[in-house]
Design a protein. Sequence first.
Length: 476
Amino acid sequence: MDVALEHISKRYLHKTVLEDLSLVFKGGMIHALLGENGAGKSTTASVLSGALEADSGTIFIDGKAVRFFSPRDALRSGIVCVRQRPLIADGISVWENILLGTEYGAAGKTLKKGEIFSRAELLKSKWAPHLNFRALAAHIGGDERFYTALISALIREPRMLILDEPSALLDREQRISLYANIRELADKGMNVIVITHIMQEVSRYTDTVTVLQKGKSAEHYERSALYVPKTKSDVVPLHTVRAERSGDCISFEHIGVRPKKRPALFDVSFTAKSGGITLIEGLPESGLGTLENVVTGMESARTEGLCRIKTGERSLCIDLKSGKWTPYFLRTEAKLRTAIIPSDRTFRASNPGLSIEQLLCAMYGKKSADEYATRLIKKAKVSIRPDEKASALSGGMLQRLILAREFENDPNLIIACEPLQGLDGKAAERTQKLLSDFAQRGAVVIVLSSSEFPTSLCTAHYVLEGGDLRKMREAA
């Protein structure tokens, strides 16, 4: 199935997100859709999948003009989109989430429950053998949420599959398997669009490349091998420069926690010192999410262990069993200027129903909130107004605003969980430099990451595997 967009435009009151965009996606191929945050990638996917209606222009399928008013209209034409962080109902099981809406197949077919189940089992064995259909959705990791949505989409047997950052929460082996399976789909004739910021995936796994810039097609390559990302002359080379350490540090000692439905941690200990970045690498199934909850004070399960904070002014020792270690304590009672960047930016660091001003001024108690929000928007280089909703932001734009909010008060303790998630290359480099600069000025910087954070910037490096923490390197 060949799909074309001709002269597509999408405008909001104060901004244009797509402008006279024309693209062609041929069937039986994997197409990479690239661009910086806010370039229009997610909006293009939304228009193609019926989640948004274009203000002007036409969609053609095999040369025939079509019009979508809803995702179900797009599904009838065989188009389905899987988001990086799909909306999953936490109160029901994985299997019940898969069932939601799958009675409507592509091309208007109606599917019976037995047919859905047999297809789901086959897809599970091929794409996600580890996925537990009986698990409550609230207790599964980001990778499992993605696979839940993907299986639900593939059950419908679409002819075009749009994947928005599909490998962002997957480990290396999962990524290899994912793209091998995607290649099989394309070889059988499916039209696949992949939105990604990972350049290695573009060169290894896709057939064509289209680069969007400010809502327009800036570059197109019929062979992905021909695409070479442009380097910016204003990007500052990154390297580790150690600061004159003030002696500040934060230590977690003998952390032990066994959540009922999430990976456990076993006797985990580490120290993060001022003047450098401490990196902890791991995967959700290794307990990285649980460690994030503990370090940021958001773990609800009973937690053993101690946290020690040493600064030039005082020393603190907190028994984690006491329940005192909370985000409020970190931001106020600990007398630290703490920045917390959660991995779940959509609901833990923000909420789609908040206005941009509310999102940015959550910890700002002074007057002139509108001026404050406007200043942070400019600093983050995001095109949006303070009164617009957070739901209007792309993932990368939201991450940039969260970073601007958290870094505004010159923090001396930074807990950054997946800080590069959803950022394009230039924004990722800026964020890496910011974290390095804060460390060099004497801040304690802790980075929790499942992939892609450069170890060359870090003075201490740990790996979390199976709930156990292993030290890889620490600076002298």
